[in-house]
Design a protein around this ligand. Structure first.
Ligand code: COA
Length: 167
């Protein structure tokens, strides 16, 4: 059974393992495996960015003690942008098509709706990542921008969508 809970400092080793796993098997995230340091200090600072900020949240999906998916909303520290949160989502490939991405998104959006400051969730998704794009559309995200040739994979240029949802 998959359990969902806020990620905390005790999850750092599993978070590092999960990020490495997803980056190694998918080209759908903005950063690449080779450019992330994954030191425990960096990862602790990363987790603290979510646990110490009222407009931010990091949820982990766990299968037994193994983290198999992570979803996050990171709010801005700038006053003028404090109502906007940026969403991130990933699930290990071996656990795709089991509703984990849906469950993570659902919990995160419920939380965002109940947050007294957040008004808008934004995200960046590669155009070729149709499953993620469709999942976001199912949750009511709309396209608000189209970025041409904004990322390059193996010498080939691709486009991205910026999407948003009001909460
Ligand atoms: C995009 C991503 C998060 C989706 O995660 P997921 O856990 O597979 O998503 P879900 O299972 O909740 O739902 C997605 C699909 O599974 C289907 N599904 C949902 N529950 C299901 C269930 N219980 N049984 C079978 N299929 C199910 C949905 O209908 C949907 O189908 P689709 O392929 O026709 O769209 C995952 O593919 C991923 O992490 N990709 C790599 C990283 C990435 O792209 N992140 C997003 C960056 S913007």
């Amino acid at each position: 059974m998959i359990c969902y809970s806020d990620a905390c400092a005790a999850d750092i080793d599993e978070l590092i393992r999960c990020y490495r796993q997803v980056l190694g098997e998918s080209d759908c995230l903005r950063f690449s495996l080779s450019e992330v340091k994954f030191s425990r200090e960096d990862e602790l600072e990363f987790v603290n960015r979510f646990t110490n900020h009222n407009q931010s949240k990091l949820i982990a999906a766990k299968y037994n003690s193994r983290i198999v998916g992570v979803a996050s909303i990171e709010g801005s520290k700038m006053k003028k942008f404090e109502h906007v949160g940026e969403l991130g989502l990933m699930v290990e490939k071996a656990f795709w098509h089991q509703g984990i991405g849906t469950a993570l998104l659902s919990q995160l959006i419920d939380w965002a709706v109940s947050n007294p400051v957040l008004r808008k969730i934004t995200l960046h998704v590669f155009e070729e990542n149709e499953r993620a794009f469709n999942l976001y559309k199912e949750f009511g995200f709309q396209v608000e921008g189209y970025l041409r040739s904004d990322h390059c994979i193996n010498g080939k240029y691709f486009n991205s969508y910026l999407m948003f949802k009001e909460v």
